[in-house]
Design a protein around this ligand. Structure first.
Ligand code: GUN
Length: 288
């Protein structure tokens, strides 16, 4: 029997708990989202993040910059947010336009406001086995979902497909931290089917609709589909859900799978940064 992992339901539960906790805070946590350009998918994601923040009582502001914004202008905006004592969390929506140096932008975000955990400081802490200020939202949420369903990770073969900063690379580190044996596959991987057929857990984050079909699956693995692809006006994942569902032990749907959990983790990370800042203020008076 296949279990469909209810990402939407799990995300709602997390939101409900956060809403309660935020109600008892002396002030509202505040998230700043920076979006550069007019990528339609990014605009929808940012809108959904703002609506979710509102649902749980998090204040949010969005800074929209035109697609020809210079690096310097974007870096200045981030510096203003870094210095603004009312802002707890900063998210720069990715991808950025090609002319912008993503690395310098992520380096500019103060590590104590880095709600995505993408700054080199936080990624370095994760890599070195320490606890970062924030963990990247999607991988953090996937681990939480797996644990929520009591899916064992220790000693199991996990295959992550896709080596992005947003999902693949931090996902591999988090699975390894849970004592899984991790293979990080990508577009140049040879004989991917041979690898996925030996997997107990497959996390697919590539952005290619229906990349993973029944020919990749053997032995009832757990499948986590991170893909969000628009095909003929409909959202579909990287996995051919209908074609592989009965060959899996657990599988996430798209939509209502990992997408809502990523947003719930953004809210949770914002709440955690707020609490961290309250502690710093209690000790030092301000965030500097
Ligand atoms: N673009 C797609 N997913 C994400 C995410 O989790 N964080 C940011 N900053 N950009 C994204």
């Amino acid at each position: 029997m296949t279990v469909i992992l209810d990402g939407k339901g799990f995300a709602l539960k997390i939101e409900e708990e956060l809403r309660e906790k935020i109600l008892s805070l002396p002030s509202k946590p505040k998230l700043a989202v920076v979006i550069v350009g007019d990528n339609p998918a990014s605009q929808i994601y940012v809108k959904n993040k703002q609506l979710a923040a509102k649902r749980v009582g998090i204040d949010s502001i969005t800074i929209e910059l035109p697609k020809d914004t210079s690096d310097i202008n974007l870096l200045n905006q981030i510096e203003i947010l870094n210095r603004d004592e009312t802002i707890d969390a900063i998210l720069v929506q990715l991808p950025l336009p090609d002319h912008i140096n993503k690395s310098s932008v992520l380096q500019a975000i103060s590590p104590i406001k880095d709600v995505d955990g993408f700054s080199p400081y936080n990624l370095g802490l994760l890599f070195s086995g320490s606890e970062p200020v924030s963990l990247p939202c999607t991988p953090k949420g996937i681990i939480k979902l797996l644990k929520h369903y009591n899916i064992p990770l220790e000693g199991r073969n996990a295959v992550v497909i896709g080596r992005s900063l947003i999902v693949g690379k931090p996902m591999a580190l988090l699975l390894q931290r849970e004592n899984a044996t991790v293979t990080l596959a990508h577009s140049k991987t040879q004989n991917l089917r041979d690898i996925t057929k030996k997997a107990d857990i497959i996390v697919c984050a590539v952005g290619k609709p229906h990349l993973i079909d029944s020919s990749y699956i053997s032995g009832n693995p757990v499948i986590i589909d991170v893909g969000i692809n628009r095909v003929e006006g409909k959202i579909t994942g990287d996995v051919d859900f209908d074609g592989v569902k009965d060959m899996t032990s657990y599988i996430t749907p798209v939509p209502k799978g990992i997408g809502p959990i990523t947003i719930a983790m953004l809210l949770e990370n914002t709440y955690e940064l707020y609490n961290f800042h309250q502690k710093i203020r209690a000790q030092y008076g301000d965030l500097r």
